[in-house]
Design a protein around this ligand. Sequence first.
Ligand SMILES: N[C@@H](CCC(=O)N[C@@H](CS)C(=O)NCC(=O)O)C(=O)O
Length: 208
Amino acid sequence: MKLYYATGTCSLSPHIVALEARIALDIERVDIFKQPHVTGAGLDFTKVNPNGYVPALELDDGSLLTEGAAIVQYLADLRPTSKLAPEAATRERYQLQSWLNFVATELHKMYSPWLFHPEYGVPAQEVARAKIAERLAYVERHLEGSGPWLMGNTFTVADAYLFTIVGWSGYAKVDLSAFPKLRAYMNRVGARPKVREAMHAEGMKVAA
Ligand SMILES: N[C@@H](CCC(=O)N[C@@H](CS)C(=O)NCC(=O)O)C(=O)O
């Protein structure tokens, strides 16, 4: 299996999940700043994923799975004993999917593109930061009552995704100072050995 990734982007989430699940994975970096995006092997990435974005997971039969929220569940289901996702068709699994969808639509796509593309301009960025702050306040309240992880006592794929996206806050100038529970949560996730390993493998700075 091969994960196409770009350093520190949303593809860090499935990278973390694969390591947490002890799934052997080849990784290939994609340069998403080049047009067209090129893979480490020099391929035009749109030949792999016509949408041109990471993450993309090439399965052993050659087929491709895209969309981070789907990829992390696929990986978790390969290793049910890892408990990275509750069993399918349970109430808990739908709750996990609710979190994944929340992170994808209310956070991921609020940070990016609005805060990563200066061409959208300052007013759009201000609107995005205000909306993100509302959503993070919701996460803060949830962690306060139901932590330490999003799903309670068990670290799941939703934590890998939330950590990845909220990790962009410094770069995107999203102020986390009003969210102490969330900051503690970020430190908790960031201290996990497999999270550190994934970040290191992507060439990211890992706190000492
Ligand atoms: N809907 C996709 C979005 C993935 C996405 O936004 N990927 C970004 C990195 S975080 C990317 O590769 N952007 C490059 C591009 O769109 O050209 C998902 O949830 O997996």
